[in-house]
Design a protein around this ligand. Structure first.
Ligand code: ACO
Length: 656
């Protein structure tokens, strides 16, 4: 039969099945003849089909059908610009399904349950490379869901491809029996054979046999580039580490690698590694049970993943469908090592690094935090095994995020952690009002680069927490401008106070609250200890030894110092550097040390230590002085200035 002779069998709204899996083993003559027919007679949109294929299909058929508006519904996977356009424009009803589930769901009748006449596919078109003498069907380079499609067919059309050699003997085909009669796949190694080399089918259903001379159509792989080489490099290093520690055998375990340019380039990189006799798994091992038992190593590319390890494989900005899930879920959910690799950024129209592939929250989730073990970008590899969500987030930010986005994501994590811990919801901290800001910024401004998460209180606190630095500047300027010994004594107390803090921290060795904020131990808080020493010593000295014309000012200054110290202490808790207990301890030690230092200085003074110090040659050359015995320093200085001024005036007057 010629392909054109099959046209009368086709009617709008039919349920059609094709053999094949990706760009191999799919029928090429009949679908193309039908597309030519639709195009020639301007039947676009008037002949639409429900199309079922084991995975994606060749671009010359599926994508062409989509371009001619010939697809109403598509299951369970697809690849191609036209079909994606149709789906995203709402013309094609597509739904994603794990590839391992599709054949069985087809046989369960899930896809044909609403069909009015029967629960069979109206026409199944398959490509054979041979028909055995027993009348069995030998597929080409893929089996896909062909056995189940043939089983569910009302009518069968066969394209015998004479341009491709017979694949008889290469396949291992197991028919899908239904529960409770389903048997396990007794596969222990990738080389094991448990099924048939061909597929039995009902020859009475065959309505057409057509000769095909068209080769399979698979696109070229993208060449490796610096990014994919870096990703492959991190992966190889990680796998070598696993082998060294005995968690993987020398030739690894069966590898699965997903679709896409990055996946292809990474496999290219692995092929040049020192691993030998590596096996790569195919169709039947999409079975979750087999994947788990063989301990596969699965590697796939996501659109994006989030800081907690959830991945989006399919949907840009949560709504624009790319290719669909394929078998990535089957593998990543069940593999011994579930790995996702992606460049850390992708270009947007406006910015070569406009898209970060690491985001606060994935805008759609295909693989969850419970599945993924390892995440790799060209920046580095994050081994997430055994880590809790907050540790995972820090690890991912440190290892995988592009430097352009690291401060942004770190800021998000810090602020979210602080806010969520405070309200007792800090297991996987998120700020729902900010979580998709990077995505919305990309949609609105063409880049995910936004300014930090702007918590106004946190910003204010970040400045307040710098107060000790300001106080050091204050010490320096008072010491230089006033030359008062007391300012040096107070500064010496401040420095020894810091020393006490370092000794206490080392002694207690108590960690900071969230591990990642601030360096070193957290008990007691050095900021709190610093400011409360300053306030205590300063207040005692002010109240006891400084005279002001209006004594009310003293109370105001003491009040301001107490307020400043309280704010700094609070900032340490708010910003997440310390627990309230660590800050309370720092405050108590600072107050205690302030009192102690004051008392010690009084004892030294009483024993003549201060007077002795002021009489040294160095003190004299530095013009050091002790103004404590002068009752009101400002008043005293003013009177001296006034006297000097009057003297100068008198001198000038006598000269004229
Ligand atoms: C045995 C089995 O069955 S294994 C099956 C494995 N299947 C899967 O893993 C399915 C999901 N994965 C995939 O489809 C692919 O790996 C992809 C699409 C995620 C990545 O593939 P790649 O070849 O690296 O992607 P590619 O560079 O072609 O990008 C595809 C498009 O997505 C866009 N894109 C990718 N990531 C993002 C992102 N984070 N944000 C916005 N857009 C993005 C790209 O800009 C590009 O857009 P364009 O088509 O307008 O130019």
């Amino acid at each position: 039969m010629k392909p054109q002779d099959t046209l009368p069998f086709f009617k709008d709204g039919q349920y059609i099945g094709w053999s094949g899996f990706t760009g191999v083993g799919y029928p090429k003559m009949i679908p193309v003849a039908l597309a030519d027919h639709v195009e020639k007679h301007n039947l676009q949109g008037q002949m639409k089909f429900n199309l079922f294929v084991g995975a994606s299909s060749g671009a010359d058929t599926e994508n062409r059908w989509a371009g001619l508006d010939m697809i109403d519904r598509r299951y369970p996977h697809q690849v191609g610009k036209n079909i994606q356009k149709g789906i995203n424009q709402g013309r094609i009803r597509f739904a994603d399904k794990h590839l391992s589930l599709f054949p069985q769901d087809l046989v369960y009748g899930f896809y044909t349950k609403d069909k009015p006449d029967n629960d069979l596919l109206d026409i199944v078109i398959v490509e054979a490379t041979a028909i055995t003498e027993d009348g069995w069907f030998v597929p080409g380079a893929s089996v896909g869901a062909t056995p189940e499609l043939l089983q569910m067919a009302d009518k069968i059309m066969i394209e015998v491809n004479t341009a491709i050699p017979s694949f008889e003997g290469l396949h291992d085909i197991v028919n899908c029996s239904l529960p409770p009669h389903r048997k396990p796949y007794m596969i222990m190694n990738v080389e094991d054979r448990i099924g048939q080399v061909a597929i039995p089918f009902d020859t009475d259903k065959v309505v057409a046999v057509v000769e095909s001379d068209r080769p399979d159509c698979t696109g070229p792989n993208s060449p490796e580039d610096a990014t994919s080489q870096a990703i492959a490099g991190h992966l190889i290093e990680f796998l070598e580490h696993e082998v060294k520690h005995g968690r993987l055998p020398e030739n690894l375990l069966p590898l699965q690698s997903g679709i896409g340019n990055i996946a292809n380039a990474v496999i290219g990189g692995l092929s040049q590694s020192r691993f030998k006799d590596v096996s790569v798994s195919q169709q039947v091992s999409n079975s979750p049970e087999v994947i788990r038992r063989l301990g596969c190593i699965a590697m796939n590319t996501p659109v994006e993943f989030d800081i907690y390890g959830h991945a989006n494989s399919t949907m840009i900005a949560g709504s624009r469908m790319l290719n669909g899930l394929g078998g990535s879920g089957d593998f990543l959910r069940n593999a011994k090592l579930s790995i996702m690799h992606t460049p850390s950024t992708r270009p947007s129209k406006r910015d070569p690094h406009g898209i970060s592939c690491v985001v606060p929250m994935a805008s759609h989730v295909d693989q969850t935090e419970h599945d993924l073990d390892v995440i790799v970008t060209e920046q580095g590899l994050a081994d997430l095994r055994g880590l809790c969500p907050r540790d995972r987030a820090q690890h991912i930010i440190d290892r995988c995020v592009h430097p352009h986005y690291r401060p942004l994501l770190q800021d998000y994590l810090d602020v979210a952690t602080r806010i969520c811990i405070k309200r007792g919801a800090g297991h996987e901290p998120h700020m729902l009002d900010k979580v998709f800001k990077m995505h919305t910024h990309l949609l609105e401004h063409g880049s995910m680069k936004i300014h930090a998460c702007k918590d106004p209180v946190a910003y204010a606190m970040a400045y307040i927490t710098l107060t000790p630095l300001a106080l050091l500047v204050f010490y320096a300027s008072v010491a230089v401008s006033r030359r008062e010994l007391i300012s040096l004594i107070m500064l010496l107390g401040q420095l020894t106070n810091e020393l006490v803090n370092a000794v206490l921290k080392e002694h207690f060795q108590i960690k900071r609250p969230y591990g990642h904020l601030g360096t070193g131990y957290g008990m007691p808080s050095s900021h709190a200890q610093f400011v409360w020493y300053f306030t205590t010593f300063g207040s005692i000295y002010l109240l006891r030894h400084i005279q002001l014309t209006n004594p009310g000012w003293k109370k105001a200054v003491v009040g301001a110092m107490v307020a400043m110290s309280s704010l700094v202490s609070w900032s340490r808790i708010y910003l997440g550097y310390h627990t309230p207990g660590q800050v309370a301890a720092g405050s108590v030690v600072g107050i205690g040390y302030g009192v102690l230092w004051y008392v010690a200085m009084e004892v030294v003074r009483a024993r003549g230590g201060i007077a002795w110090c002021l009489d040294t040659r160095m003190a004299r050359s530095l013009l050091l002085r002790d103004m404590r015995d002068i009752s009101n320093v400002s008043e005293w200085e003013y009177q001296h200035w006034l006297a000097a001024r009057t003297k100068t005036k008198t001198k000038k007057a006598s000269l004229t």
